[in-house]
Design a protein around this ligand. Sequence first.
Ligand SMILES: [Zn+2]
Length: 295
Amino acid sequence: MAEQTRFGPAGVPPMFRLLGASTLDTPRLLREEGLDAFEYQAVRWGPKPQIKEADARRLGEEAKKNDVKLSMHGSYFINLAGKRDVMEASKRRMIACAIGAEWLSAGVMVFHTGFYGMFEKDYALKTCIIALKEVSSEIKSLGLKVKLGPETMGRKSQVGNLDEIIAINREVEGTQLVVDWGHLHALHQGVFKTSDDMRKVAEKIERELGTQTLRNMHCHFSKIEFSSQGEKKHHTLDDQRFGPDFQLLAEVILDFGMHPTMICETPILDVDARKMKETLQQAQIQRQGQSRFNA
Ligand SMILES: [Zn+2]
């Protein structure tokens, strides 16, 4: 499979549901729309997979047939910096999601690492890393291939700023870098105003984790509303009241020769995923035109 930037929705688009489509129809419908990624939402899962193995495998086959790359968003009920019982329950949910992800042939299981709660930030991060090492080794011993994808988070109360995500990726085996650009924008009070602001993130990742990790990152994107505490609400790409602008990221993707999977998390999932794809294509065409002009 050639490496390419892929685009798709976080979950089954509302319009597909209105048309009476099932989750199993989703990969075909996405392909028909020109999309090639899909993040399956396992966000309400408990300690056991909440999809039948046969159904998951069929969905995985449909995705493969339609060249749609599958990922999974794992359970929201995870807090690896919590009290012992909370942490143990979180680990069980993560293993359940990892098993489900394996049935789907999903490459990465994205999740939210946890909350600082009463802990110091450093201590909370260390606690999360220890727990994640245990989850990672259990995944390995079960023979699962899915990667763990701790996501950059958008609220001040959450473990998962860029430095913390880089540290986890460096220290825990079997991880995949997941950057939610909207979350970073919200956490840092609207930091992405120019392409250079995003370029700094890319440069830091390249410096700390290497070029391959940068180029292969898994991304979430949406426009985002925030308060002083961070993320409040996701908005569509056309909403001029909020940032960041995807055009800025498109330039960075081209500058660094990246081929990320871009999962759209705006309220109009697939429609905005297509818009993002068009924006990247336009930016590419413009550059080709410029280089021809300069030649
Ligand atoms: Zn998330």
